[in-house]
Design a protein around this ligand. Structure first.
Ligand code: FAD
Length: 483
């Protein structure tokens, strides 16, 4: 073992940035010494926001892939578990490292943790160096003219687009050399991230390839197959019209900068794709907006952005919540979405909006209950995007949809799943219903239902609420907080 790799290393603390390329903190760490890469699985630090089941599944596979990428470069990813500060300070003492590099986090609990860690390291004569590894722009860079945070998306995005472009992705640092000393970590299975009994993630490998290689191929596939029709197809849940990059972006397997520059360069080379590329970049903009909002308004996960919504008279029926979670509402597009979520850890964006609107407006169930369910079941569960999107749909968020615009789930189904292909895929009980009734089986004549094998109330539920009555109750409830 040569001296350069056994001299005191610099620690790279992986968080939601599980990659080797385009990682500013890793590149800078590699400039000064050999790098000791580690990941700390800490159950207690996130408090109420410990990883949900689907995220744990993803994390297991993503860490596994990262470990093998690092091994391919002659290093070892050290997996640790326990209280982050205690564990990392132990690693600093054992290795003699004077610096710990990492990416900034946006979650309020993670920001407190990084402050606490910086203090503990200081007492050991070491320091924490944080880098912008997960966002296009630092929240402190994007401000209104008066210096405050943006609360409306369009001017926010205009300011981002007028700002100096995000840093060019720089691949894997040519200085990168991993630490060669012996450091004891735990085996990945000891983290206990995978579901066991029952294993509800059976078959998920056919839907997803966690890790940077999977991220790369998802990006390439999107560019070659879906980008050219993105602006139109992104609303059709039965076709793969979007990138499905959200879990890769959440876990940082792909840098937003790389995605931005790849799409921008493509639009420059193929001007006919410019409109589609712009639309896609603006969705990355919504991700950015959500992160910046959570950064500036850290209570958003618990409190409404518009405070009057904290007085909203939610009904909170446990029975209705369960029907929604299980995809048994009697509204086919809602049930299809909830079942896609359970079966794959993902739901199409259009359908997320429909099911979230149905929960908060038709069932009058608090958006926080829906956000919790998504937190546990989405592979892309992301505190910033999930919180801001739920508040957006519920009407309580920044730049939210006006509350009185209440989706009619039947019309939404007919509009965005006109052939019924999405419903037929996820609600097989309705597979044989003709197109005319697949989004409203309750209106089908008995003979049609019989022929399709649908027995309402037996093998498929009657609608759990009446749309017109539910809509009126929602409007009355809204009026009560305005009064
Ligand atoms: P694409 O259309 O290909 O978009 C590219 C990327 O842009 C996405 O991967 C994502 O990072 C970002 N993006 C797209 N739409 C949004 C949006 N509305 N807000 C913020 N970022 C966006 N997204 C999450 O990543 N995690 C969540 O936990 C999450 N929860 C949501 C909850 C609700 C109720 C709703 C309505 C939306 C939620 N979204 C969430 C946003 C959006 O639905 C997903 O990002 C998108 O469906 C992911 O699919 P995609 O990667 O194919 O998207």
């Amino acid at each position: 073992m040569n001296d350069s790799v056994t001299a005191a290393p610099v620690i790279y603390w992986y968080r939601q940035d599980l990659r080797l390329a385009d990682l500013p903190g890793l590149s800078e760490a590699a400039q000064s010494a050999s790098v000791l890469p580690c990941y700390v699985h800490d159950h207690s630090a996130p408090h109420d926001w410990a990883l949900g089941g689907a995220s744990r599944w993803w994390l297991h596979h993503s860490l596994d892939q990262l470990a093998s990428d690092i091994a391919g470069h002659g290093g070892q990813l050290v997996l640790l578990q326990g209280e982050t500060c205690r564990v990392l300070c132990g690693l600093v003492r054992a290795s003699g490292a004077k610096e710990v590099h990492a990416s900034h986090a946006a979650e309020p609990w993670a920001r407190s943790l990084q402050r606490e860690l910086a203090g503990s390291l200081r007492q050991l004569g070491a320091r924490l160096v944080l880098h912008n590894g997960s966002l296009l722009f630092r929240p402190s860079e994007i401000r209104t003219q008066s210096g405050g945070p943006f609360k409306v998306f369009t001017p926010f995005w205009r300011r981002c687009r007028g700002h100096t472009a995000p840093a060019e992705p720089d691949g894997i640092s040519k200085h990168l050399k991993f630490f060669g000393g012996d450091v004891e970590g735990v085996d990945i299975d000891a983290l206990g991230l995978l579901p066991s009994n029952p294993n509800w993630a059976t078959g998920w490998e056919s839907h997803w390839q966690p890790g940077s290689e999977g991220a790369d191929s998802a990006m390439q596939q999107f560019i070659s197959k879906a980008l050219s029709g993105y602006a139109e197809d992104r609303n059709i849940p039965s076709v793969q019209g979007t990138s499905r990059l959200s879990p890769h972006l959440h876990f940082g397997e792909l840098s937003p900068n790389r995605l931005w520059h790849t799409i921008t360069a493509l639009a420059r080379a193929q001007p006919e794709q410019e409109g589609q590329a712009e639309k896609f970049l603006s969705e990355l903009g919504w991700r950015e907006f959500s992160y910046h909002l959570l950064y500036h308004f850290p209570t958003l996960t618990e409190s409404a952005f518009k405070p009057e919504f904290d007085r909203f008279p939610w009904l909170g029926s446990a029975e209705l919540l369960q029907a929604w979670q299980r995809g048994q509402t009697g509204y086919p597009i809602v049930d299809a979405g909830m079942r896609e979520l359970w079966a794959t850890g993902y739901m199409h964006n259009r359908v997320r909006m429909i099911v979230a609107s149905f929960l908060t407006k038709h069932l009058l169930i608090d958006w926080r209950s829906g956000a919790r369910w998504f937190w546990d079941t989405l592979v892309d569960a992301d505190l910033a995007n999930n919180t801001c999107s739920w508040q957006w749909v519920a009407g309580s968020g920044a730049d939210a949809a006006p509350y009185f615009r209440i989706f009619n789930p039947t019309l939404q189904g007919k509009k965005f799943d006109a052939s019924g292909a999405y419903v037929r895929r996820w609600v097989p009980e309705l597979e044989a219903l003709p197109k005319k009734y697949v989004h409203e089986p309750a209106t089908a004549p008995t003979s049609v239902l019989e022929e399709a094998g649908v027995r309402l109330g037996e093998n498929y539920p009657q609608p759990i609420v009446d749309h017109a009555a539910a809509r009126q109750s929602a409007l009355d409830a809204y009026q009560s907080i305005r009064d």
